[in-house]
Ligand binder design. Structure first.
Ligand code: FPP
Length: 249
């Protein structure tokens, strides 16, 4: 296990994204219901947020509910939504105390009203905070996001706001849910699954991927440190060769 002291302060990723996976399996192992797993996942969320804030990460994006998660049994979806409302409500003071700003990406229009009103209130209350930006991906999927962006671009071309020639990476970025956010430099996925599951696919073109067998409810600060330490010891070449990187410095 890596301790906080082993982390190099000058190579902290600006943006870390997490696929919090394994709540259901964690609960099943304990002979409990899936929602018991989700409830225990909230503690892991707190640990990851605290660790990210302490290390000086600028953005932490959590995949809390995917577009595809709507296909889960109705009772589980309802319980997850209730848990979100409760967690957001309970954590606002803590977010403020730690100077953390809450943001949301995803198809929020599809969320129940009470989730939206709680989210909006929490975002308002934390809007002036200047520390970590905690981004919840809710009713989010990459394909939904990219198609939405393409539709908006088409509509802006039709109304002569832009021309096809204006389309480049920087313009396209402005149409994504993550406009103005740096791309994630590190993705963490728990529970041993080796997939991206429709999460930030465009933004993760050059992200380092870190997979751990830990199930999400067991994820602690030290696990976050492990991922950051691992990231710090990788060579990120962005298509170049090692020797070029050394010359760049
Ligand atoms: C994946 O585990 C987890 C989710 C779909 C939900 C994550 C939600 C929380 C941790 C609750 C609260 C979140 C916040 C941001 C306060 P899974 O159900 O897919 O597990 P399995 O793969 O073992 O079935």
């Amino acid at each position: 296990m890596i301790s906080k002291e082993q982390i190099l302060e000058n190579i902290i990723p600006k943006h870390v994204a997490i696929i919090m996976d394994g709540n259901g399996r964690w609960a099943k192992k304990k002979g409990n219901s899936r929602i018991f797993g989700h409830k225990n996942g909230v503690k892991a969320v707190r640990d990851a947020v605290e660790a990210a804030a302490e290390l000086g990460v600028s953005y932490l994006t959590l995949y809390a509910f995917s577009t595809e998660n709507w296909n889960r049994p109705k009772a589980e979806v309802q319980a997850l939504m209730a848990l979100l409302v409760q967690a957001i409500h309970n954590e606002v003071d803590n977010l403020n105390k730690n100077n953390i700003k809450l943001l949301v990406i995803g198809d929020t229009a599809s969320l129940p009203n009470d989730v939206n009103s709680n989210l909006n209130l929490a975002m308002e209350k934390t809007a002036k905070n200047t520390g970590l930006k905690l981004v919840l991906a809710l009713s989010y999927s990459s394909r939904w996001e990219v198609i939405k962006a393409v539709k908006s671009i088409a509509s802006d071309i039709k109304t002569n706001k832009i021309t096809p020639n204006d389309i480049d990476e920087s313009l396209f970025q402005q149409y994504l849910e993550t406009s103005n956010m740096p791309d994630p430099e590190l993705l963490i996925r728990t529970s041993g699954e080796l997939r991206l599951s429709n999460f930030l696919l465009y933004q993760m073109a050059y992200s380092e991927l870190y997979f751990t067998e830990k199930l999400w409810p067991d994820f602690r600060k030290e696990d976050f440190y492990n991922a950051i330490y691992d990231f710090q010891h990788r060579e990120r070449r962005f298509g170049k060769i090692s020797e070029q990187l050394n010359n760049d410095n």
